[in-house]
Design a protein around this ligand. Structure first.
Ligand code: URA
Ligand code: ZN
Length: 380
């Protein structure tokens, strides 16, 4: 399969029917509410963010129905999708329910992926990222059981995870057995934001969802990944595979500043085996940043990490190879639909065009980001 030029979407979401039913039953966040419009028609809305503007976002079959996902894939030339439950996963549940649902939802997702596409005339394939019951108070054994189940599911290639961990974030040593099990199983962690940053930053103007989604989400990913780097997780688990949503947020732009702050901090300076910039080359990043200049910049920053492979800081050697090999196309479907109906979504076309137009990327780089890198990483 690797010789064909396939397009693979690694950032594409759903709410499985079991999860959507749970959200419909709830009266507190997160929830799905039904509104009756002026014309009498019913309208479901997804309310998952704190202080969600406009009473939530419209939610339709594209969030739940597999045929909708496949039609979307067909309309955008996507051959393979690695589908993940959308935020906020199981974060709001008590440990017992989170544990039970994580196992059921990973089973549901395996079935969703393995029972075959139903759009005629196509050979599209579905894979998935499972879920861990990663909530406060959960036992390590319950988390390990969920890792084992995902690992035993042939269509699940990793797991999607938020940034809260078991209550103290992802730099919590309590998660070490989980990182060990995930690494050992060869699974990839898709790190995805949900909480953003304090809403006080957004002021009083009604800017819709723009500030939390454009800035809050990527900053959350930036902070969580930086804390992971600072905690030495990548020194303890060098084979841990982490895929960052939204091209790693601001981390590429801030990585030299981070390295400098570490070097000048007496508490942290000698903690890590490598210069902070080294760890960026250990990450995988989706290519969901909507512009060719940003993609080119991020790949240059990843490529630069090979200059920092030794523990002596600022080793200024090493060739300039493209970091595109660690970047993977994504759509964030079904979020960001066009405001007026259109078969091809602007949010997707922009990301595909961005890949095509990165200065200095070869055809091989572009094909890698569109699909080849995912095929290798996930052994598809
Ligand atoms: N993309 C997501 O994955 N989740 C959101 O809530 C919004 C955009
Ligand atoms: Zn997403």
């Amino acid at each position: 399969m690797a010789s064909k030029r396939l397009v693979v979407d690694v950032h594409t979401h759903l709410y499985l029917p079991r999860y959507a039913s749970l959200l419909r039953e709830r009266t507190t966040l997160p929830k799905i509410i039904t509104r009756t419009r002026d014309d009498g028609r019913k309208d479901e809305r997804l309310v998952i963010l704190k202080d969600e503007p406009s009473g939530g976002r419209p939610i339709g079959p594209s969030y739940v129905e597999r045929d909708e996902k496949l039609t979307f894939m067909k309309n955008h030339g996507i051959d393979i999708s690695i589908v993940s439950t959308a935020n906020p996963w199981l974060d709001f549940l008590q440990p017992k329910e989170a544990h039970r649902l994580s196992l059921q939802l990973s089973d549901d997702l395996e079935e969703y992926c393995s029972t075959g596409p139903t759009v005629t005339g196509t050979s599209m394939q579905l894979y998935g990222f499972g879920l861990l019951p990663i909530v406060s108070g959960i036992s390590t054994e319950s988390l390990l059981e969920a890792v084992r189940q995902i690992s035993a599911s042939s269509h699940l290639k990793g797991l999607i995870m938020g940034t809260r961990g078991v209550g103290k974030g992802l730099d919590d040593e309590a998660l070490d057995p989980i990182w060990a099990a995930i690494s050992e199983a060869g699974l990839t962690v898709f790190l995805h934001p949900h909480y953003g940053i304090s809403e006080e930053s957004w002021g009083e103007k009604n800017n819709g969802h723009v500030l939390p989604l454009a800035l809050g989400f990527p900053m959350e990913t930036t902070i969580a990944t930086t804390r992971l780097i600072l905690s030495g997780v990548f020194d303890r688990f060098p084979s841990l595979r982490l895929l960052l949503a939204h091209s790693g947020g601001a981390l590429p732009q801030l990585s030299s500043r981070l390295a400098s702050c570490i070097d000048h901090d007496p508490i942290v300076a000698s903690r890590l085996k490598h210069d902070a910039r080294f760890y960026l080359g250990k990450l995988y990043l989706d290519a969901v940043c909507y512009g060719p200049e940003e993609l080119g910049f991020v790949s240059d920053i990843i490529a630069r990490s090979n200059r920092y492979e030794t523990s002596s800081k600022n080793v200024a050697s090493g060739g300039r190879s493209s970091g595109s090999g660690r970047m993977l196309f994504g759509t964030d479907h079904p979020f960001f639909p066009p405001l007026s109906s259109s078969e091809r979504w602007k949010s997707v076309v922009e990301n595909l065009d961005a890949i095509e137009n990165v200065q200095g990327w070869t055809e091989a780089d572009k094909n890698g980001v569109k699909g080849g890198n995912a095929i290798s990483l996930f052994n598809l």
